[in-house]
Design a protein around this ligand. Sequence first.
Ligand code: FAD
Length: 378
Amino acid sequence: MRSSTPQHVDLAVVGAGIIGLATALAGARRGLRVMVIDRDAQANGASVRNFGFITITGQARGLMWARARRSREVWREVAAAANIPIVHTGLWVTARRPESIDVLNAFLATEMAEGCRLLSAHETRQRCPELLACVRAAVLESTLELRVESRTAIPRLADWLERAHGVTFLRETTAIGVSMPLLHTSRGPVHADRIAICPGDDFNGLYPERLAAHPLMRCKLQMLRLADPGFKLPAAVMSDLSLGRYHGYADLPAATPLKAALAIDQAEHLRHGIHLIVVQSADGSLVVGDSHHYAPTPDPFSSTEVDQLILEEFRSALGIEPPATLERWVGTYASATDRLVLFDEPEPGVCIAIVTCGAGASTGFAVGEEVVSKLLDG
Ligand SMILES: Cc1cc2nc3c(=O)[nH]c(=O)nc-3n(C[C@H](O)[C@H](O)[C@H](O)COP(=O)(O)OP(=O)(O)OC[C@H]3O[C@@H](n4cnc5c(N)ncnc54)[C@H](O)[C@@H]3O)c2cc1C
């Protein structure tokens, strides 16, 4: 793309992860000519390493919960249009401790419980007799969650944006600086009336001095893919550890005794930031995680000890032996100690957007709409 006349677009988006693609969609829906620039040949960051789990239940009360609900709506529209299968729906949060059951009851008394209810042991057994530990536990069922297979969903979303919305993609191209109205890239300048920067956990690329003013960190997660257990999960599954971690439950006053109990009973799990999510893919295999380790540059190595702790929680919460491990990987996402989403507008026409918690797949489409609204509506 080296030419003396830079290509002119209404909106240039840096980053082709879910936040960049969501911003591109929101821009295209507002009638803008959009170009997405990414340094990689295909998405390779958090957006393809995650569970593909669009979680509503358990998101922080208020804005994040509302963002997740809005994003779920857009995911449904986009999945149908872009031929992205919804691999499964719903969530079971299993509670095997009395303190966890108190949290579930407190949660059910809030507005966030819409679409959620406690299952009876009979229903649990009827729906999935194989999950013996769930039958013995209390189970909160939410019907709201969706799951996509991120590693295929993200490329399909990008293809569809190109075909259906005329979004252009400049791949294997690094954005190296902004001097409005030019975005300077490793392939030359792009003339853009507006620029959205959605860099994931790259805090040292564009506007590093602005990002340095925030308490940002990177979070490393370990993930596993296990073989098909031979039956279909009724929904995604979470456990007591999630009730102590996800803001929508953990910020309720009723969660204080649970957190104290977990600190004693599962200190090793908490030391590695482990909680359990189990989702199932179309071929029956299970995606299982995860752990949370924070550092400016996390190491890229998977720890066997951490994997074993995740599998121990799998055993306790589901009541079955974990099937064979087929794959292991690590991913990182942006994290901040003072907020869940970071927006910064370093100069007119430029907006930086980073989801600074593990909820970008769940809230990204709403975040993209907010970015475009900031750029167009002020
Ligand atoms: C293991 C794991 C599990 C997770 N599970 C869930 C889950 O179940 N549900 C959920 O909601 N969220 C989950 N998350 C979080 C979610 O995946 C992230 O919040 C989300 O993917 C962040 O998207 P992003 O677009 O900001 O970042 P990314 O996907 O990392 O994309 C950023 C892109 O920007 C590009 N880029 C950066 N700087 C430049 C530059 N200067 N020039 C060109 N390109 C640049 C990068 O190449 C990259 O492609 C999980 C994350 C991980 C790692």
